[in-house]
Design a protein around this ligand. Structure first.
Ligand code: 6GU
Length: 230
């Protein structure tokens, strides 16, 4: 999988892909992440990338030209499955969307800033718009990092058994049960006896019932099939 991220603030994305699972995925050649500075493609004299909005009002709008040139160049080099705009008014990201995106070959993530991009960019280039939740970030970069992390870890070969995606919260529409590790007693705080029983069937039964209990308490919406998001 190849992911191209288009941003005005490339330094914000220096850190998130350099460690752990995302680092390993790139080292293993399972995924390539390319960060592009939109400013490099501006033909304006001061390399401007934004302008005042027509009709007036506070806040700058990202202009079409540098984004068009960058996207057009990338599309001339390979076919893209999705060109995604990260925006708080997009569809809310969920595990189902992550599973779908993890199967794609090439995707572009466009990070918005200020008041966002000129609507014509959205109308003519963007195939999908994604939000990572109901709150406002100062730009799409951190959202892009979230999307990349959530999808790359699902690509076969990225995770080993220990970090298997199969037991994640949400993968089966349930929150994950509690986990414990050594020591079995710490400052008098014990752990559920069943986990020390060695009885695999009973342990699985306990985990499932804890998962259902936690989901019912915290996210009853996940248990209602009519209310599944996506
Ligand atoms: Cl994708 N962008 C911004 N700026 N804020 C957000 C978001 C995205 N998702 C939630 N809040």
């Amino acid at each position: 999988m190849r992911i191209d991220i288009l941003t005005l603030l490339p330094r914000l994305l220096d850190g998130p892909f350099a460690d752990s699972i995302l680092e390993r995925a790139q080292e293993r050649g399972i995924c390539e992440i390319h960060i592009h500075n939109i400013r490099d493609y501006s033909t304006a004299k001061q390399k401007q990338t934004d302008d005042y909005q027509f009709g007036g009002g506070a806040g700058m709008v990202m202009t079409i030209q540098p984004i068009d040139d960058l996207i057009t160049k990338l599309k001339s080099e390979r076919a893209y499955d999705e060109i995604i705009y990260l925006t708080p008014d997009g569809e809310r990201l969920n595990q189902r969307t992550c599973n779908t995106l993890s199967l794609k070959e090439n995707i572009i993530l466009l990070c918005g800033h200020y008041k966002g991009v000129d609507q014509r960019v959205r109308d003519h280039f963007i195939t999908r718009e994604i939000s990572i939740g109901d709150y406002v970030l100062s730009g799409g970069e951190l959202a892009a990092a979230v999307v990349v992390d959530a999808i790359v870890r699902l690509i076969p070969g990225v995770m080993n058994d220990e970090t298997s995606a199969l037991t994640d919260s949400f993968q089966d529409d349930l929150l994950a049960p509690p986990v414990y590790t050594r020591p079995a007693e710490y400052k008098g705080w014990g752990i559920p006896d069943v986990l020390l029983s060695g009885h695999f069937g009973k342990i699985e039964e306990w985990r499932m019932s804890e998962a259902i209990k936690k989901t019912r308490e915290r996210r009853p919406d996940l248990l209602d099939p009519s209310d599944r998001n996506g």
